[in-house]
Write a protein of this length. Structure first.
Length: 275
């Protein structure tokens, strides 16, 4: 568990890879305006909990309770990144008294389903891992080119990403278990129970080739009063490629939510380009 900075408390929930180190640029950017807290998901080294299919998806809720308690946090803004969006929606639904605001960043929608290729990855995660890596690199390349046009800056960013990945290697088997747990759940019901002000944050249409932007925006249909924002020239990893701008959108929303803790049911807005 990691805490940086000062200001309104915000907890980042990692994506499918489960390691907090992969979102280090966003953590550092958020820490300039917030008390930014993050951690590694159950099943990762140092997480303090194992990920077993028989324990169910709510193991993530129990883990988040421990994270907040460890830092003495009663109420926080919660930012779920990709897979962490499902965790955050579930937590906001089950622990409404502890969630002041909710941010869903490039999260798979509440009705997200696996395509045939993804189903094969989940069934044979280790055998198909090399192909998974190659395809993910191909999917991210257009986004990185758009977000970081300068080749020298792009190479610096790439080196930074590779260092973080080398220091925090992923486990295909654990990632597979995370997906299998999530596919059992009804996240639409969770959305309908959310009462915290909610921001749905995406990259640019066509650049997120990991989770389609339309899937993330589905939360707008199911969470009362949710608003949306998009960060241009990014796709799925804007929190890394344009961390400062991404963090500004998140912090602007969190600060506004602190001043207005409850959204009326009729509120709807588009915060596109809020950075």
């Amino acid at each position: 568990m990691i805490s940086r900075g000062s200001g309104p408390p915000l907890v980042m929930v990692p994506g499918i890879q489960g390691r907090w180190e992969w979102q280090r640029p966003a953590l550092e950017a958020l820490a300039t305006r917030c008390t930014a807290v993050t951690y590694s998901l159950c099943g990762e080294p140092g997480s303090g909990c194992r990920l077993k299919l028989d324990r169910g998806f709510d193991v993530h809720v129990e883990q988040l309770d421990r994270v907040l308690d460890a830092f003495g946090l009663d109420r926080v803004a919660l930012c779920g990144v990709s897979y962490g969006g499902w965790v955050s929606v579930r937590y906001a639904a089950r622990r409404p008294e502890r969630v002041r605001a909710l941010v869903l960043a490039s999260a798979p929608g509440p009705r997200f389903g696996l395509d045939p290729r993804q189903v094969r990855y989940v069934r044979m995660p280790w055998a198909l891992f090399p192909g998974f890596v190659v395809r993910t690199r191909q999917q991210l390349r257009p986004e990185i080119l758009a977000a970081v046009p300068d080749k020298h800056e792009r190479w610096r960013l790439t080196r930074q990403l590779l260092r973080n990945m080398a220091r925090a290697p992923i486990s295909p088997g654990v990632m597979s278990r995370r997906i299998r747990l999530a596919m059992r759940e009804d996240f639409v019901a969770d959305c309908q129970a959310v009462r915290a002000p909610t921001l749905v944050l995406t990259g640019e249409d066509g650049l997120d080739r990991i989770v389609p932007v339309d899937s993330t925006r589905e939360y707008l249909q199911h969470i009362r009063g949710a608003v949306q924002a998009s960060l241009p020239a990014t796709g799925h990893i804007g929190l890394v490629t344009r961390a400062r701008e991404w963090a500004d959108i998140v912090c602007n929303f969190v600060e506004a939510a602190a001043a207005e803790p409850v959204l009326p049911a009729s509120r709807s807005a588009d915060m596109t380009g809020a950075a």
